[in-house]
Design a protein around this ligand. Sequence first.
Ligand SMILES: CC(C)(COP(=O)(O)OP(=O)(O)OC[C@H]1O[C@@H](n2cnc3c(N)ncnc32)[C@H](O)[C@@H]1OP(=O)(O)O)[C@@H](O)C(=O)NCCC(=O)NCCS
Length: 331
Amino acid sequence: MPRSRFLGTGFAVPDRVVTNDELSKLMHTSDEWIRTRTGIQERRWVREGETGADLAFRATGRALDAAGIGPGDLDAIVYATSTPDHFAPGNGVFLQRRLGIGTIPAIDIRTQCSGFVYALSVADAWIRCGQYRRILVVGAEVQSTGMDVTTRGRNTAVIFADGAGAAVLGPSQDERQGILAFDLHSEGAYAEKLWVDSPGSMYHPRVSLQHLAEGRHFLDMDGKEVFRHAVARMPESVRAVLAAVGHSTADLSLLVPHQANLRISEMMQRELGLRDDQVYNNIQRYGNTTAATIPIALDECVRAGRVREGDLIVLTAFGSGFMWGSAAIRW
Ligand SMILES: CC(C)(COP(=O)(O)OP(=O)(O)OC[C@H]1O[C@@H](n2cnc3c(N)ncnc32)[C@H](O)[C@@H]1OP(=O)(O)O)[C@@H](O)C(=O)NCCC(=O)NCCS
């Protein structure tokens, strides 16, 4: 069975920059509070009418260029998002339509912050079993339209943001190169600790004026609980995926963590005993873009030369569900 490897990566964010000072005009918060608690200095939010599929389309164009192939060379799309443009169908088909490609399968993965890692695991399995050869894996989100931008929603509104990252995967010619292993978990006991209650099919109608008045359509988070689990689960998962491929943290060239909160990344780095050059963070500029953080960060690393052939890379994520996981890659 061939391993799957990255053939190209790309990302796109909206051009609208939202600063901490701008948020301070909408709610009781401050640049100082946001920087010290989250590390975020600014983030990108879509303009009216700009969609997740738009961002994904732009990110895909860059990933395809980097891979040196066109949309018509793709065999499948795996699209991770927790914020599809519509309740149904998923965003994979909207992206497929924008790319103008026939009838290839296009599935959505809805595992929130760990979406890109889960999406990679699906694409990897398809490539390894020979079902498809060239797979587009996307992580894209529009969180800003689901934020309560008043003081009531300040614990999420200052964190979450919009963006898209994409990667083209294909079979590796060299069995030592490519995705080596995954470590994936979920724990439904904490499903309501970071969630969007409404719209939901358990309600009739799925969303009501009462839901809207109560703010149940906004992303709701128990920040302390998320923090507590994230700083334990991500290091645990990084160690597990490295152990599965016979390595330790000392062998790690680069850890690309989900950009949840800079404090979470820093605690994880200390816990794992990693040097600064072994961990990449860019939450300062983009905030937490959920399923998009890892592919955005990965593309920045690739283009900046921080990822080189032969490097051992680990991607790790934790978020809503709770769901978490890691991927170990020999680049
Ligand atoms: C959200 C988070 C930054 C809050 O930091 P914290 O130190 O836990 O703060 P608390 O939730 O205890 O809140 C402390 C105070 O700050 C207030 N606060 C919350 N958000 C605020 C904001 N944006 N600006 C100013 N004050 C804020 C709270 O209301 C609370 O006030 P109170 O003491 O008067 O009730 C933190 O819990 C966190 O980072 N959690 C993980 C979030 C995350 O990574 N989510 C993504 C996972 S994928």
